[in-house]
Design a binder for this molecule. Structure first.
Ligand code: 5GP
Ligand code: ZN
Length: 115
């Protein structure tokens, strides 16, 4: 599995940087965003280092499906039952700040800090 020692999210996967984990399995890790936009804001990431959605190929279709499929399961588990946003920022114009693919999943009662 590819790992970039300079990548913040790879370091979270490796346990070198602490994170409030919500879910972990062989392929995925989910943790609370350090600067939440909403009452509940988690990041779903693949454990392997994939920089952006541009770098995901057909071989990653199942992985991407699992990332999206996990969102409603975890939101329900976290008490979010009235809707949420799930989005991926891609590259500079997409305002992606951390170059390790991640799905933002945000929910909870309005108003939100952002978004
Ligand atoms: P992006 O702009 O790349 O789509 O979003 C990156 C997200 O990662 C931001 O919402 C930011 O708050 C979050 N983030 C950045 N560094 C860390 C960190 O070290 N720990 C956690 N839990 N979240 C982080
Ligand atoms: Zn990484």
């Amino acid at each position: 599995m590819s790992h970039d020692p300079n990548c913040i999210f790879c370091r979270i996967v490796a346990g070198q940087i602490p994170a409030k984990k919500v879910h972990e399995d062989d392929e995925l890790l989910v943790f609370h965003d350090i600067n939440p936009w909403a009452p509940v804001h988690v990041l779903v990431i693949p454990k392997q280092h994939i920089e952006t959605l541009y770098d995901a190929g057909p071989e990653h279709d199942a992985l991407l499906g699992r990332m999206m499929g996990l969102a409603p399961v975890l939101m329900r588990r976290l008490g979010v039952t009235n809707g949420f946003r799930a989005l991926v920022n891609v590259g500079p114009d997409g305002r992606q700040e951390v170059p390790h693919l991640h799905l933002h999943v945000m929910g909870g009662p309005r108003p939100w800090a952002r978004g």
